[in-house]
Design a protein around this ligand. Structure first.
Ligand code: SF4
Length: 425
């Protein structure tokens, strides 16, 4: 097994030290530092003296190889041109953005970058998304994206947030995609999904003309039989797959007073740090262990996160059987704090189109990602008549059906309270 610089020094790092450091600097800092060290270690071990870059994998049957780590643009990138430059240098050449990200400024910031470094555009596999499946709106949105991104074409164009393929992707969509390809405005077409993912993957595979799908996929979801079947169907259909939401955090603040899972978190942290990587890096590695996942999209908002993720992508240390068991234990113990996106179950159990899984996802953006603005903006897109019903609604039937055994009523109440308070300033 590869020995990293970190693992060599592990004995000096005790549980007490961990608490001391994380207490003073926060988990993010210590993990980021570990990521830097891992990157440096792997570089020094490399026989190749050239720059170490992220490996690539084939993206379905497109004939294109993409970097296994994708730069997630769901953030304000206006002042992050150096971060984009560094991503390219490290081989993170799959860039993901969307019309709606950061109010449109994500696309604009990438466009500013391509304007300044036109040669880099040729290196980038560029993805953007439209929230609409209406052909006229898709055309308008594509034109706006091309202008904002200052590019002649999009490599992969997605319909964003598909939750029912039969409803949202049809023959008209296919004709639209073919026309856009003929005009050279897009190279490939597909959709993203984080709601009813398994059904969407299966239905997408049946269509026979989808090039790529971006789906929620992580150490919690990847072992489900239904997910395995869905991924297999896409592989069979030659669809390129990108994983997102790979950290699959749970509502920690909601469970702050429960001790068991905190112990597992500690065990996870200590174990992975001894091996030279962080739990965050381990969660990425878990996904990359499936060779059918072409790329993992991660929102890396600073250099240390970029370096840590790149270190995970190029590092040769594999997860052991025990590591995977520990991740699975953690997933089990925190299951009731993670929404698995199986909205067909809970939302069909309650009357009146209550978007349970959407609201829980927005709460995750708010709580786990600290992305308050995005969470509240998405929440406010829910019709006000529905929003007013969310708190205090009877979710007992939904809770009964929820395979994760989530306390849906409490979490929905919490979400409404937080989003309303934030919106009121
Ligand atoms: S609340 Fe439960 S049933 Fe509903 S989507 Fe989330 S995990 Fe699935």
């Amino acid at each position: 097994m590869e020995e990293s610089g970190i693992s060599k020094g592990k004995k000096a790092f005790s549980r007490r030290d961990f608490f001391k450091i994380t207490g003073a600097a926060g988990l993010g800092s210590i993990f980021a530092t570990m990521g830097n060290l891992a990157a440096a270690s792997d570089k020094s071990d490399s026989k190749n003296s050239g720059p170490v870059t992220v490996p690539t994998r084939p993206f379905g049957k497109t004939g294109v190889n993409v970097s296994i780590l994708a730069f997630g643009g769901s953030q304000n990138l206006e002042s992050k041109q150096r971060l984009l430059r560094q991503a390219v240098k490290m081989g993170v050449t799959y860039w993901d953005t969307a019309r709606t990200y950061a109010g449109g400024t994500s696309e604009e910031a990438m466009g500013k970058y391509f304007d300044r470094y036109p040669d880099d555009r040729k290196k980038i596999f560029l993805v953007t998304k439209t929230p609409s499946s209406d052909p006229d709106r898709m055309t308008r949105h594509l034109e706006t994206s091309l202008k904002r991104l200052k590019t002649s074409h999009i490599d992969l164009f997605f319909i964003h947030r598909v939750s029912d393929v039969r409803d949202e992707v049809n023959r008209t969509t296919k004709a639209w995609a073919e026309r856009a390809k003929e005009k050279g405005k897009i190279r490939f077409f597909g959709f993203s999904t984080h709601k009813n993912m398994e059904e969407c993957l299966l239905e997408g595979a049946k269509l026979g003309w989808i090039d790529g799908i971006m789906t929620s996929y992580n150490y919690r979801l990847m072992h489900k039989d239904s997910m395995k079947r869905a991924v297999d169907a896409c592989v069979e259909a030659g669809i390129g797959l990108t994983a997102m939401k790979t950290q699959a955090g749970f509502f920690a603040s909601f469970y702050a007073n429960i001790g068991k899972e905190n112990e597992t978190v500690l065990k996870l942290t200590e174990r992975f740090m001894e091996k030279g990587f962080t739990p965050e890096q381990a969660k990425l590695k878990a996904v990359w262990e499936n060779p059918h996942i072409a790329s993992v999209c991660s929102e890396m908002s600073n250099m240390t996160m970029l370096q840590a993720n790149v270190a995970a992508a190029i590092g040769k240390t594999k997860l052991s059987f025990q590591d995977k068991r520990l991740l699975e234990q953690y997933a089990r113990e925190t299951a009731s704090g993670y929404c698995a996106g199986c909205a067909n179950l809970c939302e069909s159990a309650v009357e009146g189109n209550i978007p349970i899984s959407d609201v829980l996802r927005y709460l995750m953006y708010y709580d786990n990602y600290g992305n308050h603005e995005q969470a509240v903006r998405l929440f406010n897109e829910i019709p006000s008549i529905t929003r007013r019903r969310l708190a205090g609604f009877d979710y007992s039937k939904a809770e009964h059906l929820c395979p994760q055994k989530m306390p849906i009523a409490k979490l929905m109440g919490k979400a409404v309270e937080k989003f309303t308070k934030y919106a009121m300033g």
